[in-house]
Design a protein around this ligand. Structure first.
Ligand code: IVH
Length: 673
């Protein structure tokens, strides 16, 4: 492509990609599939690779990251980033209204209006646009200065790299400096996916921690993979400084920012109280976490005159929803043994209703936590659910402690295998040291190996694994592939059919890629992303086994702790034996075996194409299914999952309809991709 055509095509692709980004992330109504979107981006990147001088700083290709920042430079904020005074009481909110009314009256005004907004539970950042282009993004830091994390923030699709709509209703063209403040957060769904892909021992407690941790990463391409979002709630610059806050929010939307849209102009404490009341329930249905309501005086010309205390402005306040609590009895504490030997105390509670579900168990995390709570068995305890997290014990009702309450003792030996527990220096946890013999660790390792993001072995649940281990049929994941049908048939609740299903699933799992296997091995601190990096750097397990700690630590995403853990893993005798078994079973101990899937939307499904397809030829359509974990078959039977019927489909369609097989058209197929 010549330069002129390339420039034109790049411009067209950028506009198209920006439009789809906005539809997806800001307006939440995508009109093309992820696949189509990726194709647009790939084309743009290809053109820019061919003509590097055409790359612009606001090109969507610049969102994929790649920049590695060793130390974030510290930058001063134009205006201090204040935080807000918090309250949990509606009365204090009413006091706030009265206070502001007085201050406003002193300035010659009356009946002030407030904008009520949701309080997003994430991390506050400031974005600076110069002549419409994003030039700097920073954390709040101590309020006066923060870290320059521009490279990381650029990867967030809902942060416009360029303010798109100059000359909105009130603001002029975005010349000069415009500052936008808002919250970076992770949607519940994106948080779930991120955590699922991480090893158990490294999971984030909640979306906010995940967001804060991600913003601090040095490698912006990892940040890009983690899917974060941004909502804007504050705009300065670009106008005469008199635009009311409500209009600034609208202006932010015109500029291409998401605001969440759930704000309202309120007059007086009663209207504010009803907004708070309305959202106390509705907020649970939002795709992200909120923890309260923020109230801001709408008339921004009064902000400076009313002023601020050292920490927070007098013209705004945050009302926080109280966490949902319930009182119940701690019946007992049991000790669970994880796949890495960690002992976790778990509270068994008298079942109680809390925030829409019945709670009868809750983790006590570790023994320090028990000490901190001072809790005994038999105590009345308070449990709490905040955000989406699982309930936790937050306190003891000491007045109601029964005489018979007994202290919780740290077990001396493993409840599963009896080995004496150890507590490594400097750690809060106790461990069962018998990696090789402890049945709980064996079960945990096998279940991890079989889990969805690892080898995805269907039909291998907890009770089956427990039986296999108890009977000595399976001691490590390598043994799974040596199982024979009669052995499985003899187990409880298993018959010929379910035994065959298990063996088929095991067979199927041999096709997973090398990087999946690396993750499935369950090396401490090696999650999916790390496993992928390792697979890339060491295309065979043998090479990985021989890598030194220093060499490992040079791989992106791998620090000294992970490197040491990998080294340690390969020194274990049982590990080497297990690897031999896996090799014998024909599992991919090197790269290039099975291909990485695009996604798993067709996993476990058999698909038939019939009739004429318009968007893809048959060959490509089949590839699309294979790349998504499905199979393509040629004759219809009761076992067929889906028939994709194109124009003038004939006998196969008739047969599918007769057998009650699901039939879809090309459009629906496209959606499924
Ligand atoms: S306004 C001076 N609006 O809450 C105004 N903050 O405790 C400062 N937050 O640091 C912020 N949602 O991280 C504002 N709609 C919202 C908010 C919001 C969440 C956070 C923000 C701030 C903290 C204040």
């Amino acid at each position: 492509m010549d330069k002129v055509a390339a420039r034109q095509e790049a411009g067209r692709l950028r506009a198209e990609i920006n439009r789809h980004n906005r539809l997806y992330y800001v307006e939440a109504r995508p009109v093309i599939s992820d696949y189509e979107f990726d194709r647009l981006l790939e084309r743009l990147i290809a053109i820019e690779r061919e003509h590097p001088d055409l790359v612009t700083p606001d090109s969507p290709s610049q969102r994929v990251g790649g920049e590695v920042t060793k130390v974030f430079p510290v930058v001063a904020h134009r205006e201090p980033m204040l935080s807000l005074a918090n309250t949990y009481s509606l009365e204090e909110v009413a006091d706030f209204c009265r206070r502001v009314e007085k201050l406003v009256e002193a300035e010659g005004g009356r009946d002030p209006e407030f904008v009520a907004e949701l309080k997003f539970d994430g991390v506050a950042v400031s974005l600076l646009y110069r002549d419409g282009v994003l030039v700097r993004g920073a954390t709040r830091g101590d309020g006066r200065q923060g870290d320059d994390i521009t490279a990381n923030l650029r990867t967030i699709p809902s942060i416009p790299l360029r303010i798109e709509a100059p000359g909105g209703p009130l603001f002029g063209a975005p010349s000069g400096e415009v500052e936008v403040r808002g919250e970076v957060f992770m949607r519940k769904e994106d948080f779930g996916k991120l955590n699922d892909a991480r090893p158990e021992e490294d999971r984030f407690a909640n979306p906010r921690n995940a967001t804060a941790g991600t913003l601090k990463l040095q490698d912006s391409s990892e940040v890009a993979r983690r899917r974060m979002s941004f909502v804007a709630y504050f705009l300065t610059g670009g106008d005469d400084g008199r635009t009311p806050h409500l209009h600034r929010l609208r202006q932010l939307e015109v500029m291409g920012f998401a605001t969440g849209g759930n704000y309202r102009l309120c007059k007086g404490a009663d209207e504010i109280a009803s907004f708070i009341g309305e959202w106390s329930e509705k907020r649970w249905r939002l795709p992200y976490e909120t923890d309260g309501v923020v109230l801001k005086l709408n008339d921004t010309t009064l902000w400076d005159r009313i002023g601020a205390t050292a920490k927070s402005p007098r013209w705004a306040i945050a009302y926080k929803y109280p966490a949902q609590q319930a009182k119940t009895v701690l019946r007992d504490v049991v000790f669970q043994v994880g796949r890495l030997g960690t002992i976790t105390p778990v509270a068994e509670l008298e079942p109680v209703r809390l925030a829409g579900s019945t709670v009868s168990r809750s983790t006590l995390h570790n023994f320090d936590e028990i000490g901190r709570l001072g809790v005994r068995i038999g105590d009345r305890v308070m449990i709490e659910k905040s955000g989406e997290v699982i309930p936790k014990v937050v306190g003891v009702v000491l007045d109601e402690r029964p005489e018979a309450a007994v202290a919780i003792r740290v077990p001396e030996s493993c409840p599963e295998c009896g080995a004496a527990l150890v507590r490594p220096e400097g750690e809060v946890g106790f461990y069962c040291p018998d990696e090789e013999g402890c049945p709980a660790q064996k079960r945990g390792r096998i279940l991890h190996f079989a889990s969805r993001n690892a080898m995805d072995i269907q039909n291998l649940g907890e009770s089956l694994v427990a039986q296999l281990v108890d009977r000595g049929l399976v001691g490590d994941p390598g043994d799974l592939y040596r199982l024979e049908k009669p052995q499985v048939e003899g187990l409880e609740r298993m018959g010929a059919k379910s035994a065959q299903n298990l063996l088929d699933s095991l067979d199927e799992s041999r096709k997973r890629g090398y990087d999946r296997l690396l993750y499935a091995l369950g090396i401490r601190h090696v999650g999916q992303a790390t496993a992928r990096e390792l697979a890339h750097a060491y295309p065979s397990l043998e090479q990985l086994r021989q890598a030194g700690a220093e060499e490992l630590a040079a791989v992106p995403d791998i620090g000294p702790v992970v490197a040491a853990s990998i080294r340690d893993f390969f020194t274990r005798g049982w590990v080497l034996t297990m690897l031999d078994k896996l090799r014998d079973a024909g599992l991919p101990l090197k790269a290039g075996g099975a291909k990485e899937l695009v996604n798993r939307n067709f996993e476990g499904l058999s698909v038939i194409f019939t009739g004429g397809l318009e968007r893809h030829d048959r060959q490509r359509a089949s590839e699309l299914v294979l790349e998504r974990g499905g199979r393509v078959v040629t004759s219809v039977s009761k076992k067929t999952s889906i028939v994709v019927a194109g124009s003038e489909a004939g006998s196969k369609l008739d047969k599918a309809l007769k057998l009650g097989v699901r039939v879809i058209d090309e459009e629906e197929f496209e959606k499924m991709l």
